[in-house]
Design a protein around this ligand. Structure first.
Ligand code: ADP
Ligand code: MG
Length: 244
């Protein structure tokens, strides 16, 4: 067995008196795609933010490729470099072109030359059908294109792990598919991903494993077939009945 890409052990997180993560245990293998589903407020975003060290945890351990990142002495910037995260809001830099957005971190953080960063960015843009948008500013792109650029920007850092938080939630319905297609392609290539989503059809299609979060705990997990066809927990059944 190779070292898991990600391991959470007994992860707890509170905001004041609110226990948002109540002991999360989760292991993600290399090349595995795990979808987090659950009602709004169940803790999906907080879980992803903790993995990317955007939130400190109160208890437990987070281990990425064998290195504990929740320990005090960890180099936060170094950890973040290896973990891509894409949010619901595209968060592109409005004053920079697509190419500028995609090459900024590789140049500034990884110290790549402009030529090197441009070449890699162009290859990625080409692959995701965005080559002709290279010199556009974000406000000239559709929401779906902007979100694809945001994903490409994360990929430009060659992350070992990609976290996606409701990446289609802010999109008009007709733009959802083009973004999900990009994620599907990444899954097919073996990118390790943890994806919070309320697109159940997509989760069923792309996930190797689905985790149902309920009030800060993983209440139930299994293959998509099992979770969607034969959920065991009454709360999972309720949730799926409401959403589908
Ligand atoms: P989900 O992504 O599943 O909708 P979240 O992780 O965003 O859930 O939120 C879980 C709970 O934590 C919610 O009750 C939310 O209001 C609360 N929460 C999230 N972030 C903060 C914060 N920075 N301060 C206080 N409460 C927060
Ligand atoms: Mg959320």
């Amino acid at each position: 067995m190779s070292v898991p890409a990600l391991q959470l052990e007994g992860v707890r997180k509170s905001f004041g008196k609110l226990d948002v993560l109540r002991g999360i245990d989760l292991t993600v293998a290399e090349h595995e795609v795990v979808c987090l589903i659950g009602a709004s407020g169940s803790g999906k975003s907080t879980l992803l933010r903790c993995v990317n060290l955007l939130e400190p945890i109160d208890a437990g351990r987070i281990v990425v490729a064998g290195t504990e990142i929740s320990a005090g002495a960890v180099d936060v910037d170094r950890v973040r470099r290896g973990i891509g995260i894409v949010f619901q809001a595209f968060n592109l830099f409005p004053h920079m072109t697509v190419l500028g957005n995609v090459t900024l971190a590789p140049r500034r953080v990884l110290g790549r030359s402009r030529a090197e960063a441009d070449a890699h960015a162009e290859a990625l843009l080409e692959r995701f059908g965005l080559a002709d948008k290279r010199d556009e500013f974000p406000d000239r792109l559709s929401g779906g294109q902007q979100q694809r650029v945001a994903i490409v920007r994360a990929l430009a850092m060659r992350p070992a792990l990609l976290l996606l938080d409701e990446v289609t939630s802010a999109l008009d319905p007709e733009l959802v598919a083009e973004v999900l297609d990009v994620v599907r392609e990444l899954a097919a290539e073996g990118m390790t991903m943890v994806i919070a989503t309320h697109e159940m059809g997509f989760a069923r299609d792309v996930a190797h494993r689905v985790c149902f979060l309920d009030q800060g705990a993983i209440l139930e997990q299994g293959t998509p077939e099992r979770i969607f066809s034969a959920p065991r927990e009454p709360r999972t059944q309720q949730f799926l009945q409401r959403i589908v």
